[in-house]
Design a protein around this ligand. Structure first.
Ligand SMILES: [Zn+2]
Length: 60
């Protein structure tokens, strides 16, 4: 299933602007640029509002 929003979930740049990498979460595909991958790793609370249940990441 292709996601209609092929853009970095954070900066919203698309594949024409920057390389994007796909990740899957809750049976949905999301895209993120290399610049923002560290946000997922180090500061996932920034994803609250961008990803469903992102507020629960910290509790893991
Ligand atoms: Zn980005």
């Amino acid at each position: 299933m292709d996601t209609p929003n092929k853009k970095c979930i954070i900066c919203k740049r698309d594949e024409n602007d920057i390389p994007l990498t796909k990740f899957d979460y809750k049976n949905t595909s999301f895209w993120i640029c290399p610049q923002h991958i560290p946000v997922i790793i180090h500061d996932p609370t920034q994803l609250v509002g961008l990803l469903p249940d992102a507020d629960k990441f910290e509790a893991v």
